[in-house]
Design a protein around this ligand. Structure first.
Ligand code: AMP
Ligand code: MG
Length: 392
């Protein structure tokens, strides 16, 4: 059994960035990072564009201009303006090459076919220059740029429909247990609704990992091996829940050994989550999480999170930790360091009742985990505690 610090170090040391490209439709690439720089296929804007509703003019040395036509957004008619001539123009419409300023309509007095400016215009006033945002062939976004909604809008405005981005891991979640039935079906005596897989799926979705396959397997050795083998062959990360403890029907460890998964660690001195397993085979990372739901989720946030960050080559690997003042008291039994379900709010933290590793009820009310180190036995109000803020 290793310490939490050693286990965290082991994940950090064993994880490798995926650094593989994948092609995505731009609108589905939110949150991804660009695998390569993108050059703009067009000038943006693609023509000299009016930034105002008003009048495009070919300047001369009087404030009075002759109106010779109208250009709406989307029009493609070319006007040839002589000096002293103007066209009515609207925001987004193409400004004729022969016009050298757009005067906003609020600053113009109209009189039939002539207009009078309040004051002289300056050259290129209210005209968005061709290629002002980016020129054709120039870099629109650098390698590694994050595809935020604005970045996606920007790329689409350049006519780009597909992008090469850093691949996120394909992830398998395997839930093991004869007692598990799917929510939405009957609940026979002795069975429980399977919750770990959807809980972890939701945690992954929250972190923007969407490529997730769910597997379910009974407590049968051959089925356990086959399911894990398949999941490893198709995924970058495999999360197994249950079956990793010491019961007669816990087959996961034996299956992992038989499949020659290299063990990085098995069993961590912590509560909850003592039976946690972490290993790797070929390029797949494997976590066997405890079946108890609160333990599985704690291990997800403390260890699997690091693996995900590492696979995405991110600089910050662990969840943010902060100090907070306790508003509750807690008696810690045993010598294992503990992750305690808690509510953090503005520098204060409340440790909740019901810390059992089976209790999602408590976790459902939490937004943080308090880390109580080995040496701590009692926590009192006003003690300063280390708090891990959950990405929920
Ligand atoms: P195990 O680690 O398989 O011994 O399971 C420990 C506890 O967690 C048992 O009470 C299981 O019924 C429960 N459990 C295991 N897997 C799940 C699951 N996928 N959803 C909900 N509870 C589970
Ligand atoms: Mg089980």
């Amino acid at each position: 059994m290793i310490s939490i610090a050693e286990a965290i170090k082991s994940v950090k040391n064993n994880i490798k960035p995926l650094l593989k490209p994948t092609t995505k439709k731009v609108e589905k690439a939110g949150g991804y990072l660009l695998f390569e720089a993108i050059k703009s296929p067009i000038n943006m804007p693609p023509f000299r564009q009016s930034a105002m509703d008003g009048y495009a003019i070919n300047m001369h040395d009087s404030l009075i201009y002759n109106l010779i036509g109208e250009i709406k957004a989307g029009d493609s008619q070319q006007f040839k303006l002589e000096k002293g001539e103007a066209v009515r123009i609207f925001t987004g419409a193409p400004v004729p090459d022969s016009a050298n300023a757009v005067v906003m309509q609020e600053k113009v007095i109209t009189d039939g076919n002539s207009i009078t400016l309040e004051q002289d215009a300056s050259l290129e006033l209210n005209i968005r220059p061709l290629g002002e945002q980016v020129k054709k062939g120039h870099t629109a976004l650098n390698k590694g740029s994050k595809l935020t909604p604005a970045a996606i809008g920007y790329l689409i405005s350049l006519g780009i429909t597909e992008v090469s981005v850093f691949k996120k891991p394909n992830i398998a979640i395997i839930s093991t247990g004869n007692e598990l039935v799917e929510a939405g079906t009957d609940l026979p005596y002795g069975k429980i609704f399977e919750s770990n897989s959807k809980m972890l799926l939701s945690a992954l979705y929250n972190l923007k990992y969407y490529d997730v396959t769910l597997y379910k397997v009974e407590d049968v050795y051959s089925k356990t091996i086959n399911t894990i083998r398949t999941a490893i062959s198709k995924n970058d990360l495999v999360l197994i829940t249950g079956g990793i403890s010491v019961g007669d029907y816990d087959f996961v460890e034996q299956a992992l050994t038989e499949l020659q998964v290299e063990t990085c660690f098995y069993k961590v001195k912590q509560k909850p989550g003592k039976p946690l397993f972490y290993g790797k085979k070929d390029n797949t990372q494997i976590f066997a999480l405890p079946g108890n739901p609160a333990a599985a989720l704690s291990c997800f946030y403390i260890y699997v999170y690091i693996a995900l960050q590492g696979m995405m080559n991110r600089d910050i690997l662990e969840l943010e930790r902060t100090n907070a003042k306790s508003v509750s008291s807690f008696n810690k039994k045993g010598d294992r360091p503990q992750f305690l379900k808690a509510i953090y709010d503005n520098g204060l933290v409340e440790i909740l009742e019901g810390q059992n590793s089976s209790m999602l009820q408590t976790f459902a009310h939490s937004n943080a985990l308090v880390f109580a180190p080995e040496a701590v036995t009692t926590i009192k109000a006003n003690d300063i505690l280390e708090v891990i803020i959950l990405p929920i």
